[in-house]
Design a protein around this ligand. Sequence first.
Ligand code: NAI
Length: 606
Amino acid sequence: MRRSHILRSVKKRFKCTMDSSVKRMKEGESVIDPKSTVGGGVADVYGEDRATEDQLVTPWTVSVASGYTLLRDPHHNKGLAFTERERDSHYLRGLLPPAVSTQELQEKKLMQSIRNYDVPLHKYMAMMDLEERNERLFYKLLINNVEELLPIVYTPTVGEACQKYGSIFKRPQGLYISLKEKGKILEVLKNWPERSIQVIVVTDGERILGLGDLGCQGMGIPVGKLALYTALGGVRPSACLPITIDVGTNNQKLLDDEFYIGLRQKRATGKEYYDLLEEFMAAVKQNYGEKVLVQFEDFANHNAFELLAKYKTSHLVFNDDIQGTASVVLAGLVASLKLLGGNLADHTFLFFGAGEAGTGIAELIALEISTKTNIPVEEARKKIWLVDSKGLIVSSRKESLQHFKKPWAHDHEPLSTLLDAVKAIKPSALIGTSGVGQTFTKDVVEAMAAINKKPLIMALSNPTTQAECTAEQAYTWTEGRAIFSSGSPFDPYEYNGKTFIPGQANNAYIFPGLGFGLVISGAIRVHDEMLLAASEALANQVTQEHYDKGMIYPPLTNIRKISAHIAANVAAKAYELGLATRLPRPADLVKYAESCMYTPNYRNYR
Ligand code: NAI
């Protein structure tokens, strides 16, 4: 039900007290006394930001929600946590059993019941049910149990959920825009119940995680990513919009499945595809303005690069697979400098795998070196070497290389194996982005250990089976000297009486804070320097205590604090570059970010 319909049926008995509030809401203003907020909460109509935690809010729905309607409204429902007074004033008497609970007790109970499920997909479904029933409790669980629940609401479980999406979902989430809606996309956007959208995550379902084309069932990805935007980054749930663009699927199994929920046709490509995307991007800007962030998620490589290049100069767009990955890996490298010594420019980097991830990360490292040392990017690239399936990328191969590999073709004799490349280039850091497991062999890792006191080894390929080497191999083959991190998580490993905690280069460190920084500054474009700012903020959150355990990323349990720092750094860069529109610039951006963050604590109803 549309919240904009709220105003039509405000009940008589609330009329006097609400008239002024209604008028202010109509004008897009917060119904919370602006003088009593602490700087955050721009137009925080529903009381979602930290700034409103101690204030009385009105539970808006179709009317002032009361009784049965209030219990069925996930934005305002508190279940047994409605107080005696609220039960009286909101006509809840008899609709709830007598016990009055606290949110903490509800959290304890829900976590217990979720832990009772053995199958991760059942935990996922229990979480989704909770989100539909009681949104604040859902986020309370997610925020307070982030390490446990992240693999449930996001990868890997969300992948299975997408595969079975058609059969497990009871109610649609997000917006579906298919070829049927061509010419009507603006109208479709207007059907969404919320007006003040800040972040859209959109997929076309063509490359869902490592699972390939899941067509319309890719919706689980934008839904999951946006849950992380709220839980880890602090963007309000009401400001998040998941979208799936359905141009068909080439997955024959889905096309043959009588329960498939999407368009039953092969994928549209070329002009037909790009015309639909163009209409979508134009409609988004027309409906939500310049400041809405559109995050492209799990598009196939060819479209991902093209869409980013096409829209980055006209829209606020971000691609997590390309830019988020680069930023999180760069953060790990910057953090490891405390252990390795020197600056990035003092080190040499060797990539194994020269695709989307490898070249994207390499380019951001070159940009960081160039920014820090004032040398041209072309010069900075010479510190970085890449190996692909044909061996070291060198200038004699230039003619036959794909365009994105050409900048990395340096002068060197051709070398066909990784081991030869390690021995010749003598890198401080070896980064695996090949997608091929067990390619950092004992010889290769020992060669790294022979060259470096502390060899930096990043085995980024996912899933775990594709990791270039395991944590155990990296630590044992280097006699405990490796600084190791990976794309998929590895358990802590004990070597010679010391416990090492492998770092995980998880994109979830970066995108929620980066997106939140764009939102709170009202940025209108994403600039590469903002990615550098995000990396630096993340690297700065690694403390000596973490380094002592071999970690180059901080624990995810601190993610809200980390995100506030990333957001502040990104916002600062947006102001510096003249790309921020929320003026004047708040003096203390970390405090400002914290005050604007969504908090899931129940509010007291008048
Ligand atoms: P891609 O297909 O674009 O690139 C793969 C590259 O590896 C190509 O340059 C290819 O020539 C090279 N390659 C393949 N087999 C090889 C071999 N036997 N020897 C040498 N080179 C070989 O793939 P993309 O998107 O770059 O992903 C690569 C891997 O990185 C995937 O496993 C992905 O899961 C992982 N990744 C990890 C992330 C993270 O940790 N945060 C984020 C993004 C990707």
